[in-house]
Design a protein around this ligand. Structure first.
Ligand code: B1M
Length: 658
């Protein structure tokens, strides 16, 4: 009889096996439900692996179990991206000239690294809210890189670090898994596949990274070189290990690892790794769990064997059929995942639509080669467990290969209308937005120079150009509207249509932020910059802030006054801050299905505090949609930062007119 491990390996080799393997990742679901005492009755006394085995599923052994160190020493250096867990086949040593002081426990630990060229410090841990949502990856609260001086300190640390093979723990773990699954060895920095990705993922704040990438190229290059020294040691250690497969890189996404950046700073290392591993008959996995609409072709030829945690429409813009047609049909990659988390949630998906998704999946991936079914990225804590079981049952019955295209039940006309066409953005808006602004109006040479400064992100030249324009008697209002804000509109439009990415938006916004103090004192009251006041924050339990920061930046960029409350904001805090600031709009962000319900609680909180009638509430974030926004009583939903600007304007215009 074919074992789980054999079947998985044969699928990756492109063979037509007996049936589609089913390997759902259930660790987060398990952690959260075990903590809350809500595991299904029959599984109450079982471990996570025992549950999978009892249900007949293969074990998911790709993502390291960060929450389960053997001793605290194993995770002390996680703020620098280094851990010693069973999934890691190497040990590491700092050079003897580095003094390390450690304070705290697993939930909150501060570590200081003193080197001959300076010091850096990090703080990392887990919050109670993270534990409630089952989160496994640690939170780095204070990053090692806070300013340009930190690069040389880290270059000293990593440039003098030594790595040695250490296969002992991995071997024991792998043999305990045996034929029940495929155990992967891991790479540092929560799986960063290149030195630059290492910096981005753990050493610096996720949004700040993009500014440093532009401003401190020289300093970054020095650190990249030091990290290369580590990667060159690690490659042969990983290649010689007993593991059959390497989990090489994680958290790829069209926005945060946008195409040009991925191609320049990540892809060459994937290809190098693929060459080394393939020569040793080893498989390379990457984890593109985000939005891949702009990365489909790059990933198809990236050198990896498996793309794991693939999360299709409706969680992202790429439909499962496009994934299969671009990656699997031409025999370029194996997909592991393919079932979006939202279909397991009763609030997001009815029983009927859940079944319809599976019908559609079987049809889209026929004949079914190079496909390992899983929940991409992971089963959410609120998943209806019966649906996990049902997927297994249907795969058992209908997942026999080759699948017959057209043999499955077709989607209804209504469901088809909702499925996006290949590459087409998903239409989902609570309030229809105005079309994206076109190019800036045609101003004369002086205003054009200012526009160019904003478009190019030149925060130095813009000040001189504004001073010259003022000396030539241009009105501050014209400089602002026809020079700066019109250019920011252009950037917003380009971001929305995917022709510029996060760095351009942040750099242009910086030009505005630095130039505004020159103009503000000169604007009369009625000319004042303010278009309205907006309070923004990410909900309680949620640490994602890149998207929220972009929304905040764009709103500021077009003249709104924005107060950013940060991440993990409790309901009471939102309510208190609304009472204090009296904003026109409260904008709320949530990136997790487990934290989305917080949005409704904030709206209820405002209602109870008698603040709702004079505060418009708008919501956004990857799992949020138009229906959800309406259901919780929000005033609008925005899919991205550009739409958030249009929505805010539209709502305020409506409000002012009424
Ligand atoms: Co996390 N994560 N993550 N993560 N992460 C997601 C969100 C996830 C969808 C990945 C997946 O499953 N495919 C998944 C959630 C699944 C679910 O809820 N069902 C997930 C998970 C599971 C987790 C952990 C639980 C993982 C773990 O512990 N094992 C953990 C949770 C920690 C916590 O918050 N408690 C976790 C951690 C992390 C990192 C720390 C590693 C990192 C965040 C770094 C940071 O933000 N500082 C991270 C990342 C990077 C992602 C993905 C890959 C990318 C998110 C991102 O920044 N995108 C993400 C995958 C995905 O989104 N599909 C994922 C780029 C950004 C520009 O887009 O944030 O969507 P986005 O913002 C857009 C719009 O959504 C909109 O405009 C923005 C700009 O255009 N928007 C708004 C956002 N907020 C708005 C507010 C508005 C309007 C519009 O107000 C009106």
């Amino acid at each position: 009889m074919t074992t789980h491990r054999e079947r998985i390996l044969r699928v990756i080799a492109g063979e037509m096996v007996d049936k589609i393997p089913y390997v759902p990742r259930i660790d987060l679901w398990y952690n959260a439900n075990q903590r809350a005492g809500t595991l299904p009755e029959n599984h109450r006394d079982r471990t996570v692996d025992e549950i999978s085995l009892a249900e007949g599923w293969a074990l998911h052994k790709i993502v390291p179990e960060f929450l389960k160190p053997e001793s605290i020493e194993d995770i002390v250096h996680r703020g620098l991206g280094l851990v010693s867990l069973k999934e890691y086949t190497y040990s590491f040593n700092f050079s003897s000239d580095i003094d390390i002081s450690i304070d705290g426990d697993i939930d909150h630990m501060r570590v200081i690294y003193d080197t001959p060229v300076g010091s850096v410090s990090v703080t990392h841990g887990y919050t109670e809210e993270m534990k409630d949502t089952g989160a496994s990856a640690p939170w780095i609260q204070e990053h090692a890189i806070k300013g340009p001086a930190d690069y040389k300190v880290l270059a000293h640390i990593f440039g003098n670090m030594t790595f040695k093979p250490d296969y002992r723990r991995f071997t024991t773990w792998e043999s305990a898994i045996g034929e029940h699954g495929l155990a992967l060895e891991s790479t540092p920095a929560l799986n960063a596949g290149s030195p630059m990705h290492y910096i981005q993922k753990v050493l610096i704040d996720a949004t700040e990274f993009f500014i440093h990438y532009h401003d401190y190229a020289k300093e970054m290059a020095e650190l990249v070189e030091a990290l290369e020294h580590c990667y060159h040691q690690l490659l042969p250690i990983l290649a010689d290990s007993p593991a059959k497969a390497v989990y090489w890189d994680a958290n790829v996404d069209s926005m945060i690892t946008y195409p040009a950046y991925l191609e320049k700073d990540i892809l060459p290392w994937w290809q190098k790794a693929a060459e080394v591993f393939h020569a040793r008959d080893k498989l390379l996995f990457i984890h593109p769990d985000g939005e891949n609409n702009l990365l489909m072709d790059l990933l198809a030829d990236c050198g990896a064997d498996v793309c794991e945690a693939v999360t299709p429409y409706p969680m992202t813009k790429v439909d499962i059929s496009e994934y299969y047609d671009t990656w699997c049909r031409p025999e370029k990659l194996t997909i592991w995942g393919g079932i979006p988390e939202s279909v397991l949630l009763e609030k997001s998906t009815s029983d009927e639509d859940f079944e319809a998704y599976l019908d559609y999946l079987f049809k889209a991936i026929a004949p079914g080669k190079r496909f390992i079914a899983g929940i991409g990225d992971t089963t959410p804590p609120g998943a209806k467990f019966e649906r996990l079981i049902r997927i297994g049952e249907r795969l058992e019955k209908e997942g026999r290969l080759p699948l017959q295209a057209g043999g499955a039940v077709l989607l209804s006309a209504d469901q088809l209308a909702r499925a996006p066409q290949s590459g087409e953005p998903v239409p989902a808006k609570a309030i229809s937005s105005e079309p994206t602004t076109g190019d800036a109006t045609e101003p004369d040479e002086h205003l054009r120079r200012i526009q160019q400064d904003v478009l190019k992100g030149d925060h130095v030249a813009v000040k001189d150009h504004i001073r010259s324009a003022l000396a030539l008697n241009y009105s501050p209002r014209d400089i602002l509207d026809r020079g700066m804000l019109s250019a920011m509109e252009v950037i917003g439009g380009r971001f929305k249509d995917g022709t510029v990415f996060i760095p351009e938006v942040l750099l242009s916004a910086r030009v505005l932020n630095e130039a505004l103090p020159l103009l503000e004192p000169l604007l009369s009251d009625e000319q004042s910059l303010q278009k309205g006041k907006i309070l923004i924050g990410t909900v309680h339990g949620d640490l994602h802030d890149i998207g929220k920061n972009l929304v905040s930046t764009m709103l500021k960029g077009v003249g709104f006054e924005v107060v950013d409350l940060g991440i993990n904001v409790a309901v009471e805090e939102f309510v208190d801050q609304v009472a204090h600031h009296r904003p026109d709009i409260l904008a709320i962000s949530a990136l997790l299905t487990t934290t989305m319900p917080q949005m409704e609680k904030v709206i209820d909180g405002l209602q109870n505090a008698d603040l709702r009638s004079h505060t418009l509430v708008i919501v956004g974030g990857a799992p949020v949609n138009d229906k959800f926004a309406r259901d919780i009583g929000a005033d609008g939903y925005a899919r991205d930062a550009g739409e958030a600007v249009e929505l805010a304007r539209r709502l305020l215009a409506i409000n002012n007119d009424s």
